[in-house]
Design a protein around this ligand. Structure first.
Ligand code: 13P
Length: 211
């Protein structure tokens, strides 16, 4: 996809996320690979009102090469691109239910989003909880790099999800799937709930393998 079309698509998908309440205010940031670098939403921008021409461009060394100043979360985006070559886009949100889930004291940090529905397993896979760091702290990138590319998505404690996929549209869909799964988990909390079993998860991973 040309850079001009990718800029338009990023603005359109981000607006859609904003209009449906997946992001509020200036929360969240989105990036995608282009031939000679990365496009990423500008710092302090609202996902609902991006100007495609002002989306930040970083060159292949990560230096700011055009548009408005980039998101302060560039570290966590680059950690995914560097450790998972198949990643074409990264979506970070502060979406309500996933963020609520990230604050619970009794979730499994190794596998923090239990396998409730097939689409979460297919699109998002096993999600790792990353311990709290302040927004924009480069240590978040180091914690993601330490996972050595084993996860397509992580949940930042007290902060929100970071979801990746092979392209921008798929990353947005996966971020929506993660949020809706968290919403179901919160809804079902306290009710005896049957999760998918290991065999079912294995089958989904085999047939639909997450990027
Ligand atoms: P930026 O405005 O710098 O992208 O930061 C927003 C955010 O979501 C911080 O986690």
């Amino acid at each position: 996809m040309s850079e001009v079309r990718l800029r338009d698509e990023m603005a359109r998908l981000c607006r859609s996320l904003f209009e449906r309440g997946f992001s509020v205010g200036s929360a969240g940031n989105v990036s995608a690979r282009v031939g000679d670098g990365l496009l990423i939403t500008p710092t302090n921008s609202c996902l609902g009102f991006l100007d495609p021409a002002r989306i930040s461009k970083l060159d292949s060394n990560g230096h700011h090469a055009g548009g408005d100043p980039p998101s302060k979360e560039i570290f966590l985006h680059r950690a995914f691109y560097d450790s998972r070559p198949s990643v074409g886009a990264v979506v970070h949100l502060h979406s309500t239910f996933a963020t609520a889930w990230s604050c619970l004291t009794d979730i499994d940090p190794e596998d923090c989003l239990p396998p409730l529905t097939p689409y979460a397993v297919m699109r998002v896979g096993r999600v790792r909880l990353i311990p709290y760091t302040r927004p924009g702290d480069p240590r978040t990138g180091e914690l993601i790099r330490a996972l050595e590319g084993r996860h397509a998505a992580v949940l930042l404690a007290h902060h929100g999800p970071v979801v990746t996929a092979g392209n921008l549209r798929s990353a947005v869909y996966a971020a929506e799937e993660l949020e809706e799964t968290a919403r179901l988990l919160v809804t079902l909390r306290g009710m005896p709930t049957r999760m998918l079993g290991a065999e079912q998860v294995d089958e989904l991973t085999r047939v639909f393998s997450a990027p």
